[in-house]
Design a protein around this ligand. Sequence first.
Ligand SMILES: [Zn+2]
Ligand SMILES: [Zn+2]
Length: 338
Amino acid sequence: MKQVAIVGPRQAELIDVPDPQPIDDWVVVKVTVAPMCTEYKAWLGGQLSNCLGHEAVGAVCAVARPCGVAVGDRVVVHPTWPCGRCELCHAGDYIHCEHMVNVKAYTGSDSGTATYCQYVIKPDWLCTRIPDDISDDLAGLLLCGLGPSFGAFERIGLAACDTVVITGLGPVGLGGVVNAAFRGARVLAVESNAWRAELAVALGAEIVLDPRDEATPARLRELTGGRGASAALDCSGAVQAHRLLVDALGRGGRLAFVGESSADTVLHVSSDMIRKGLTLRGSWHYNLTRYGALVDVLRRSPVAARLITHTFAMSRVQDAFETLATQNTGKVLLRPFE
Ligand SMILES: [Zn+2]
Ligand SMILES: [Zn+2]
């Protein structure tokens, strides 16, 4: 099968690799849509890799024995390689599993573990069926497009009476705007990219402020009647955004972190936490038991489909990376068989 490889700085091409084979209750899925995530950063940096992508939608095409899905089922293929046996996995919170499976040791190959390719392999329970009224493209949003912010808002209980501040409007943050608007919350966003700011307003943000503008913290206070916001979501992973959100929250505010960060954020236990009564939550993805609820967001949100801004044949992956690198995108989809 064909698979994408990064072969140098800003250089990607298709290579041939063996097709994955089903084993036990691990099935093979023919990929129709591979949503792109942060892999363009490796492409920009020239980090050589032929293991790109963790999001896929497709149809089951081979099983080793009768299991939870059947050949022909259209499915969302969920990311990572959880054990399926621990308490967290059983509760659907597979993303936090501490016992990830070594795929190569288990299957004898790492073929089909990346998603920028034509066939992937996955345990049956991590392939959730797509209802007939949801297209494969739209189902592509049930991964990192809408999943992380959905999980975060479930965890902090975001509701219609909330004013939520969202920092970082990449595809995950834009998905946060869709989810927050769907829940009826008032959305104030913070982002420096003008293209993404405009899309965020179309998706339901009341206003998008520029983090480089010194007046932004005061403006957030003013927009929340001096009390501060009741909820916040960081999708940027930037230390400055963490500080901005802690300060923008009012007493009793809830903040969820979704953006990964390698830098240290300073929190003052007394003034930031105890006196304000803040709740801080780290949240990576959503719980599988809430898959049906997220499908309903897709079905009923009037704007969710607008989160998909570009689609590329996988043979044009180089153009897809160039486009992502401009950052003037929402979610970008690859089609592995074109
Ligand atoms: Zn587990
Ligand atoms: Zn992702």
